[in-house]
Structure formats: C-alpha cells, structure tokens
Design a protein around this ligand. Structure first.
Ligand code: SAH
Length: 255
C-alpha cells in the first residue's frame, strides 16, 4: 500500500489538530535557550524574525530571554491569532508581533534583522533555499538558527529512508547540512542534536489525548482518520529508528 504523505492532507485540518498543541514540532525551551547561547550578545534594540512560528512556543522563549523586538511569521492565521493572544497575556505585545505570511515571500526589508530563527519549519521551503533566501533579510554579521530533520548516519534501513525522503526530499546528514550552511554564506558556529525528550515528551506524548479527541470530533471523516494514522506511524517509526535521525539545531553567522 502506498503511504500517504503529510503534505497531502488538508492544510486547515493539520492546523486544526496542531494549534491545540503547545508545540507543533519537536523542541523545548531548554534547547531554544541552548541555541541562543551560541549567538553573540544582541543589542537591546535587536530585531528577530521567527519564521514558521506556529503558536509561538519558541517565540515566547526568545522574548523572555532577550530584549529584542520579534516578528513571528506563519502561513496559518489561526496560529498567529493564538500567538498574539499569548504575547498579550505575557504583556509582551509591544515587543512580539505575529504576522501571517509565507517564509518564501517575506514581507520584510533587506538587512532588517539581527537574527532569523526557525524551529521545525525550514523543510517547508527547503534547507538550502531557506538559508539562501533568508540571508537577504539579515544584517551583515547577523545570525541564523534553525532546526532541521537530519540523518545521523551515512546509511539507514530502507523503511525509514523512504519515509523521510517522501516527507523531506532533500534530507541530508549533519555534515552535509553544515556544508550547505557554509556554502550559503554563513560561518557555521554550532550544531547540536535535540535530545529524544524533544520528540517524545514535547511532541508525541501530548498528541495522544488530542488524537482521540480529534477522531471523535471528525467521526467518519476519512482524511482526518488517515491523518491520525500518519501521526501514529510517525511516532512508531521514531521509536524504532531514532538512532538514525533527529532534529538538529544549526546556528550560523552571515559573512
Ligand atoms: N515553530 C513551531 C511550529 C513548527 S510546525 C514549533 O516548533 O512548535 C511548522 C510551521 O510552519 C506550521 O505552523 C506551519 O503552518 C508553518 N508553515 C508551513 N509552510 C509555511 C510557509 N511557507 N510559510 C510560513 N509558515 C509555514
């Protein structure tokens, strides 16, 4: 049987599922802070863009750990609404602003940002393409920090190879991705692998109750059922093959 790919599901259905979750991809506050520790000191008036921000879990961590003004961008308006409401609850609305837009057609000026952040989202436009395009919007000596699905080994079992090549056709090893970052005109400053808990505790475990609730709400909807089956398979495959892949943070400085 042909497996269904995640991008073949209805965009609004995926977002309806995920906007109820605190995070829409693997990650954690601790790892966001760790990545931030590799960035040289940012001026008080620094500007940060958070691309593919979702409902803004990492946006709030950035806001609480810098004095910067942050523009968070996502294609899905429902996530941006939530992000702006959260910023308001934290009293951060003067420094954190969510906007709807696409990360491959940014509504920004050249050289506007000191730092471009993106967790679990760059694969939507491609690692190489994203790094090259986003560089235009960074100041000279500006930073980029992204998480991206990466292979840990040169080779892996066919089952997991096929799954990831379907989802992220240009998925590569950590070494290759660092090379890509360097070729795109950044000094690679650091890269580190997200711990397993970023997948299990932050991503898969909280999905379980939501999956049951979602299936109930969409009883008889084949697309919703296939989508949940896909997410369950993603979690199963992770447990089986986690020594072969993961999310890696890549941090670079524009030359
Ligand atoms: N950074 C968040 C969300 C990651 S999920 C977190 O780690 O929790 C990926 C996000 O990218 C989703 O919110 C999705 O709506 C968004 N996205 C997908 N394609 C996009 C595009 N072309 N431009 C902007 N956002 C996009």
């Amino acid at each position: 049987m042909e497996e269904i790919k995640i991008h073949e599901f209805d965009f609004s259905l995926i977002n309806e599922f995920f906007t109820e979750m605190e995070r829409q991809g693997p990650g954690s506050s601790e790892e966001t802070i760790r990545a931030l520790s590799f960035i040289g000191s940012l001026p008080n008036e620094a500007r940060i863009a958070d691309l593919g921000c979702g409902t803004g879990a990492q946006t709030m961590v950035l806001a609480h750990n810098t004095k910067a003004t942050i523009t968070a961008l996502d294609l899905y308006a429902g996530s941006i609404e939530r992000l702006n409401a959260t910023a308001g609850r934290f009293g951060l609305q003067h420094r954190v602003k969510g906007v709807v837009g696409s990360m491959d057609d940014l509504p920004f000026q050249d050289g506007e940002f000191d730092l471009i952040w993106s967790e679990g989202a760059i694969a939507n436009i491609g690692f190489e393409k994203g790094l090259n395009y986003w560089k235009n919007f960074l100041k000279k000596d500006g930073y980029v920090a992204v998480t991206y699905e990466s292979w840990f080994t040169e080779e892996r079992p066919a089952e997991i190879e096929k799954w990831w090549v379907d989802a992220v056709p240009e998925i590569g090893t950590i070494g290759r991705n660092i090379c890509t970052m360097q070729k795109a005109g950044y000094i690679p400053l650091a890269s580190f692998t997200l711990p397993e808990s970023c997948w299990t505790d932050s991503y898969f475990t909280p999905q379980k109750a939501r999956q049951v609730e979602f299936l109930k709400a969409h009883k008889g909807n084949k697309i919703a059922e296939d989508m949940i089956a896909f997410l369950r398979r993603e979690a199963e495959l992770y447990l089986k093959y986690k020594q072969y892949y993961g999310y890696v943070f890549y941090i670079g400085k524009k030359i």
